[in-house]
Design a protein. Structure first.
Length: 247
């Protein structure tokens, strides 16, 4: 099946989203709440595009719109640029303390706004929640309503489900989630975790609950589990080289 994106005809797969097809074709569509790990959410609306299907035109979120027929897509019209500028203006007003949002605000030449909370960084993209769900912890969620809505643990206390993997902080585009690592301990979401040392380099890495969680999910011990990611890659490279050498 073929569709036209910004005047260029490309081959697509039935059912894939416009965003997926555009990325594969090298067409850039801005996103804030999208991750290849779990697809689109349609929350931020930054990825809005114009779709022409026959004589009908409409604006859709490209991250959740499946391609089921031959369509024409425009990704950067004046209307779309205005929509994205307005979205960034509103998000920057909510999260002015984020360097990520400051950069976007300048890049899109948005109008100056009065911040709601000068210290806020979160834009409520929900990527952290999706990451926590993907890990299987379900330790954080949105609480409150309206302008007071935010991401937190239950009752703003340490969650027994949190394993300290920091996947939420790693995927956060605005740096809104604080992770403190000091003296072999990691603190996140009101909870402190002991960190094991790498057997090779001696550096602290991961947390003990993460190691146990991985064992439980895989139902067997992971090779090199007492090595940090860097040393694990080095060990794997050496093992592969040794096998090749002995062939």
């Amino acid at each position: 099946m073929k569709v036209t994106i910004d005047g260029n005809e490309i081959e697509v797969n039935l059912g894939e989203t416009i965003l997926e097809a555009a990325k594969r074709a090298g067409v850039g569509i801005p996103t804030l709440c999208y991750s290849e790990a779990f697809g689109g959410q349609g929350v931020c609306r930054m990825c809005m595009v114009e779709v022409k299907d026959g004589d009908r035109k409409r604006l859709v979120a490209s991250c959740t719109y499946p391609i089921t027929g031959e369509i024409e897509v425009q990704t950067n019209t004046p209307e779309l640029r205005e929509i994205r500028s307005n979205i960034i203006t509103l998000l920057y007003r909510r999260a002015p303390n984020s360097e990520f949002m400051k950069k976007l605000h300048q890049e899109y030449e948005c109008t100056a706004v009065e911040p709601v909370d000068a210290e806020e960084k979160c834009i409520m993209c929900r990527l952290c929640i999706k990451a926590c769900e993907k890990v299987g912890a379900y330790a954080i969620s949105t609480i409150m309503r309206g302008t007071e809505k935010r991401v937190a643990t239950p009752f703003d206390e340490s969650s027994p489900n949190c394993i300290g993997c920091s996947a939420c902080a790693d995927i956060c585009p605005t740096g809104a989630i604080s992770v403190k690592k000091e003296n072999g301990r990691q603190e996140i979401w009101h909870k402190s975790f002991e960190m094991p040392r790498c057997e090779m380099c001696g550096n602290y890495f991961s947390t003990l609950p993460v190691k146990e969680h991985v064992k439980e999910q895989l139902d067997f011990a992971v090779s090199g589990e007492n090595l940090c990611p860097s040393c694990r890659r080095k060990k794997l490279a050496r093992d592969v080289a040794e096998v090749s050498k002995n062939r």
